[in-house]
Design a protein around this ligand. Structure first.
Ligand SMILES: [Zn+2]
Length: 81
């Protein structure tokens, strides 16, 4: 993860998560618990988050399906009495 290796963010002036520009207090744009420089950057990040969430959901579903298949396989091989 390249984003994690950034210098610690100063409390007052944060960077826009979309374009990484520092946000000035008067100009920042607050949406969903985070600050952006404008609606465009907000939408950009939202699209990214959505895509990541969809990917994660797909992964989780695939893992669940694989797990379900395993369980189904196991329950079929009943021990012989
Ligand atoms: Zn921005």
């Amino acid at each position: 993860m390249a984003e994690a290796t950034q210098a610690p963010v100063v409390e007052e002036v944060k960077n826009c998560p979309a374009c990484k520009k520092p946000l000035k207090k008067a100009r920042r744009f607050y949406r969903n618990g985070a600050y952006y420089c404008n609606n465009n950057c907000f939408k950009k990040v939202q699209a990214q988050v959505k895509a990541e969430a969809a990917e994660a959901a797909q992964d989780a579903q695939a893992a669940q399906a694989a797990e379900a298949a395993k369980v189904a396989e196991k329950s079929e091989e009943k021990p012989q009495a």
